[in-house]
Design a binder for this molecule. Structure first.
Ligand code: TMP
Ligand code: ASP
Length: 244
């Protein structure tokens, strides 16, 4: 797709908390631009993490490429520059699919469990993507009854989430990182379910295998400091393993 670097962006279609989406001259393609602004608690907590946009874009592009190589269809077309990526336009399914390998975060709180316990099997959860409602946890019945996804689509997303975990968990392990949990979003393009959004230190919990240091957005959520350094560390390790 020669010349994509000069593909003109036209209207801004949507501005989210972490990214801006632009239309392009090609109706099937969008540009996703990452911001350095960080939010947590559904936008109530605001800040900036130096170079977050750059890191998240780079990490996400490299991981999506890795997933594509393993046969997972994604929206990725190609990285355009430090903070922008060209992606396929999709109709987003309004769900967040969370996969957990290690107990942490909202599940630890909800079930009164210690963070850090390795669970006997990965746990999959669905959330309805809606800031005003604080992304409530739902199950497949809710998703089907409310028309957010069909039974077939839920089965495909569940299968893909498991497959993605089986690719990413050993990959992160190979660069000294425990993939504690992560969040995925899917969309539809020409009837096919593609992985969309991002996979980055914003959307995963990543713990250093040796020090158990948190290398993800929990540094910001929990005021632990050194967010930028943690993001940079993840970027460097992913780049060393997958960049060329
Ligand atoms: P949780 O423990 O807060 O439910 O988060 C589980 C995982 O999902 C964690 O890796 C962070 C990610 N996540 C997002 O990417 N966006 C969100 O809005 C939330 C709540 C979690
Ligand atoms: N992304 C969500 C927010 O900005 C939640 C989070 O990542 O903590 O509120």
């Amino acid at each position: 797709m020669k010349g994509d670097n000069r593909l003109k962006t036209t209207d801004m279609l949507y501005e989210g908390k972490a990214k801006i989406i632009y239309a392009t001259e090609d109706p099937g393609l969008l540009v996703m631009k990452y911001k350095d602004e960080a939010t947590a608690l559904d936008g109530a907590k605001k800040g900036t993490i130096a170079n977050k946009g750059l890191v998240n874009n780079r990490v996400s592009c490299l991981l999506f490429k890795l997933l594509e190589q393993h046969g997972v269809a994604t929206h990725l077309v190609k990285q355009l520059d430090d903070r922008s990526v060209l992606v396929k336009r999709m109709q987003m399914i309004p769900l967040e699919v969370v996969v957990r390998n290690v107990m942490a975060g909202s599940l630890a709180k909800k079930l009164g469990q210690e963070e850090g316990q390795v669970m006997a099997m990965p746990v999959l959860e669905l959330y309805y993507k809606n800031d005003e409602l604080h992304d409530p946890m739902i199950n497949g019945y809710h998703a089907r009854a409310l028309g957010w996804a069909t039974q077939e689509q839920l089965a495909v997303m569940e299968q893909k989430a498991g497959q993605i975990n089986q690719i990413l968990q050993p990959f992160f392990d190979s660069i000294g990182i425990i993939l504690v949990d992560f969040k995925l979003e899917f969309g539809l393009a020409e009837g096919e379910i593609l992985l969309g959004d991002e996979i980055s230190p914003d959307s995963c919990r990543l713990w250093d295998k040796e020090s158990m240091a948190k290398l993800d957005k929990d540094r910001f959520r929990r005021d632990l400091g050194q967010e930028a350094e943690a993001y940079q560390e993840v970027c460097q390790r992913v780049e060393n393993a997958l960049g060329n």
